[in-house]
Ligand binder design. Structure first.
Ligand SMILES: C[S@@+](CC[C@H](N)C(=O)[O-])C[C@H]1O[C@@H](n2cnc3c(N)ncnc32)[C@H](O)[C@@H]1O
Length: 270
């Protein structure tokens, strides 16, 4: 059961908003009253509870963890881009566009197959305002928080808010979604799965431990991605991961010898 409720101090406007949101997300609206979150978990035995308040949507987990959409690393990366320090993912996308001869401002389609908290998609959207970006997320609570955030979060810089609003997001796994797409229908396909061998846990993912989808990129997915992509595929993983052993990238961005690498694959070289 996917439950959505309000904060204890909600008013009628928030309650109506919560009902409408629950309906649109195919969730069950529960009138909160003064019931505590642990009491709700005790009563409904669910994996998470979404709580709408005036400040936004928070996902609560039984292990006393909670998650609310925030810009996390995207904020820092935007500042770095603004300072002219660049960004590995932006460079990886640019590598593909350059090889295809695309000029600045030309549009292209981009699927972020593992959108998570959307930091990467926000960066791509910010750096390439003409890109059409669609994200996939296979974990319902993460999808819920990210889709709400992309639609409602307001940054004090309007260009950042606009970058969020341009991204669309689907609750789907890439294993199920990519095979439904026609050949050569998306210009660039990006994957950032949970690492095969985790690096130190990033603080923003800590509350989500146990709630992420953990699948990895196997031969079937690689074949699907290459079939669907028009220009190429980008994979973020640790350089010694099995996907990079089985499919050595055509180009590395971020470095083969770094902790994390961006492998770039060009369609015409596959
Ligand atoms: C490392 S995180 C991605 C972080 C993301 N790039 C960002 O900038 O926030 C991986 C995310 O992909 C999701 N995921 C993993 N396998 C997936 C799959 N097969 N289909 C869709 N989402 C998946 C996980 O639930 C998790 O939220």
């Amino acid at each position: 059961m996917n439950i959505l409720t309000t904060s204890q101090k909600s008013n009628e406007v928030i309650q109506e908003e919560a009902k409408a949101l629950a309906f649109s997300m195919h969730m069950t609206y529960i009138k909160r009253g003064k019931t505590s979150i642990p009491a709700l978990f005790g009563k409904y035995q669910c994996e998470y509870i979404a709580v709408l308040a005036g400040s936004g949507l928070t996902i609560h987990f039984p292990e006393n963890q909670q998650h609310t959409f925030h810009l996390s690393m995207a904020q820092l990366r935007i500042l770095r881009i603004e300072r002219g320090e660049g960004d590995h993912l932006v460079n990886a996308v640019q590598t593909i566009l350059d090889r295809k001869g695309l000029h600045e401002g030309e549009t292209f389609t981009f699927i972020d197959s593992t959108i998570g908290l959307a930091s990467d998609s926000i960066i791509v959207s910010y750096a390439f305002p003409n890109a059409q970006i669609q994200g996939l997320e296979g974990s319902f609570p993460i999808w819920l928080a990210t889709s709400y955030g992309l639609e409602h979060y307001i940054h004090n810089d309007q260009t950042v808010t606009n970058a969020l609003r341009r991204i669309t997001i689907k609750y789907a796994t890439f294993e199920k979604y990519l095979p439904k797409l026609p050949d050569n229908s998306i210009d660039i396909i990006y994957f950032d799965p949970m690492f095969e061998v985790p690096v130190e846990e990033s603080p923003q993912f800590k509350p989500l431990r146990g709630h992420t989808v953990e699948s990895h990129i196997d031969d079937k997915i690689m074949a699907q991605a290459m079939r669907v992509a028009t220009y190429g595929v980008i994979i973020k993983e640790r350089p010694f991961s099995s996907v990079f052993q089985n499919y050595p990238p055509h180009q590395w961005v971020g470095g083969k010898y770094s902790r994390i690498g961006y492998g770039v694959y060009m369609k015409e070289l596959m």
